[in-house]
Design a protein around this ligand. Structure first.
Ligand SMILES: [Zn+2]
Length: 172
C-alpha cells in the first residue's frame, strides 16, 4: 500500500486519546461509527504497529518520597517514563493535555504508516500479502514470505486460532 489513515481511523484515534480504557461500544457511540468497524479498525491499527499500547498516566508528584532509596527509585521511574517519549512523560496534567493536543494535530487522514514484511523485515512495496488469523493480521512483501511465515509458525497460529474461537463462543 502502504497503509494510510482515513477519517474513520482519525476519529477513533482521537476518541481513545481522551481515554484509552473506553470500550469499542463507547467509541462507537461517540463517533457514530459502528462497533464492529471500530473494533476492526482498532485491531488493524494495532496490527500495522501504529498503536503500540495503551498505558496508564502516572502523576509522580503524588509519590511520597521518604528516604534516599525511594528517591532513587522515583528518579529511575521518571527517567524511564521520559525515555518512552510518549504523551505520558509530563507529570503535570497541563503538560499532558498540551501533548495530547499536539498528537491530535499530527493525527490526520492520509497519514501514511510504513509496513515492514513480518517475515523478511524488508519494506513492503505495493499491496501487502495479508495473513489473517483470529484478530491478528500479518503483512508480507511477497507470497513466499507469507508461506514461509505460515510454515514456520503453523503451531503457534493454530493455537492462537483455537484460543480465539473458544473466547468468541464465551462472549456470545
Ligand atoms: Zn518479505
Amino acid at each position: 500500500m502502504p497503509f494510510s489513515l482515513d477519517e474513520i481511523d482519525v476519529s477513533i484515534l482521537k476518541s481513545i486519546l481522551e481515554d484509552g480504557r473506553k470500550s469499542f461500544r463507547q467509541v462507537s457511540r461517540e463517533t457514530g461509527i459502528t462497533t464492529p468497524t471500530v473494533k476492526a479498525r482498532y485491531e488493524r491499527l494495532v496490527n500495522v504497529g501504529f498503536i503500540k499500547g495503551v498505558l496508564p498516566v502516572f502523576d509522580f508528584e503524588k509519590v511520597e518520597s521518604n528516604g534516599e532509596k525511594n528517591l532513587i527509585q522515583l528518579d529511575d521511574l521518571k527517567e524511564n517514563t521520559k525515555k518512552r517519549k510518549s504523551i505520558h512523560k509530563g507529570a503535570h496534567n497541563s503538560n499532558l493535555k498540551e501533548e495530547v493536543d499536539e498528537i491530535k494535530k499530527r493525527i490526520t487522514s492520509g497519514l501514511t504508516i510504513n509496513i515492514v514484511c513480518d517475515f523478511c523485515e524488508g519494506p513492503v512495496f505495493g499491496n501487502p500479502k495479508i495473513l489473517k488469523f483470529a484478530n491478528i493480521e500479518r503483512f508480507f512483501c511477497c507470497i513466499s514470505c507469507k508461506s514461509g511465515y505460515t510454515q514456520k509458525y503453523r503451531g503457534r497460529i493454530e493455537s492462537i486460532k483455537k484460543r480465539y474461537e473458544g473466547k468468541s463462543e464465551l462472549d456470545e
